[in-house]
Design a protein around this ligand. Structure first.
Ligand code: DGL
Length: 264
């Protein structure tokens, strides 16, 4: 592929969660035009088979390549841990992925116990198993599947009794185990940080990988001479295949943004 610095950065997620990554990328790389794909119609990916996650990741990639993207950011832990190896071997374009930050957490922890909240698809993936096997073996990882959380976020129910109940159920056992770091292994979960803090207080360190992904995107674009040298004058486009209300709410205050609701 003959990439040029003027082409957009493509970003996809199973839904609106990857906008937490988009915000980091947009703030670090304001010169870049971005195209975001929110596959909310098929969310959540976390309970689907590896094969299905792979198929959806391919479909999302093809969509972004048709929009002429110079790099694809897989802003979804579930898609990264299940599909990025295949995507990298199938397309020439560079891919940036996101994985739960258990390595930094394993270095930071004093209690030698870290908690991770992620989807079933991420926690059961080969890549997650490989990454976990590489950290300090004295550090205990307490895994918790965040079942139901993505659905509530996608349907604008962050501040609902159901969300409070699920978070209590998932986090209290970690507190009892004295974890001192909590890794957010799903790009939807940063939107839960205020709620999580209400339960765990300030003593527990919450770690997510959003900023690191933005830095990695910049590094790769720099290495490939693909960073846009001029301020972006084009719209940042968000494609969503379900109701756009939550996305509108999340992007409030951002200018130069166009939300396109359509089937894909
Ligand atoms: N944002 C996705 C992730 O990071 C959510 C997965 C899902 O749709 O279940 O894993």
């Amino acid at each position: 592929m003959n990439s040029s610095e003027k082409q957009p950065i493509g970003i996809f997620d199973s839904g609106i969660g990857g906008t937490s990554i988009w915000k980091e990328i947009h703030s670090l790389l304001p010169n870049e035009q971005t195209i975001y794909l929110s596959d909310s119609f098929n969310a959540p990916y976390g309970q689907k088979s590896r094969q299905k996650i792979l198929e959806l990741s391919v479909k999302n990639t093809e969509f972004l390549l048709k929009q002429n993207c110079k790099i694809i950011v897989v802003a979804c832990n579930t898609a990264t841990t299940n599909a990025i190896k295949y995507l990298r071997s199938s397309y020439d374009v560079p891919f940036i992925g996101i994985e739960p930050a258990i390595k930094p957490a394993s270095i930071l922890t004093k209690s030698k116990k870290i908690g991770i909240l992620a989807t079933k698809g991420t926690l059961n993936s080969e890549l997650f198993e490989k990454t976990s096997s590489k950290i300090d073996q004295e550090v205990q990882i307490i895994e918790q599947i965040g079942e139901g959380l993505v659905e509530l976020i996608e349907s604008n129910q962050i501040n609902s009794p159901k969300m409070d109940e699920l978070l209590q159920r998932y986090l209290q056992p970690m507190l009892k185990e004295h974890v001192d770091c909590l890794v957010l292994g799903c790009t939807h979960y940063p939107y839960l940080i205020p709620k999580i803090k209400e339960i765990v207080g300030e003593s527990l360190k919450i770690i997510d990988s959003g900023e690191a992904v933005a830095r990695q995107t910049k590094n790769i674009l720099q290495q490939l001479n693909l960073l846009s040298p001029h301020p972006n004058s084009k719209e940042n486009v968000f494609y969503i295949n379900k109701d756009k209300t939550v996305l509108l709410h999340i992007l409030k205050g951002h200018t130069n943004v166009n939300i396109v609701q359509k089937q894909f």
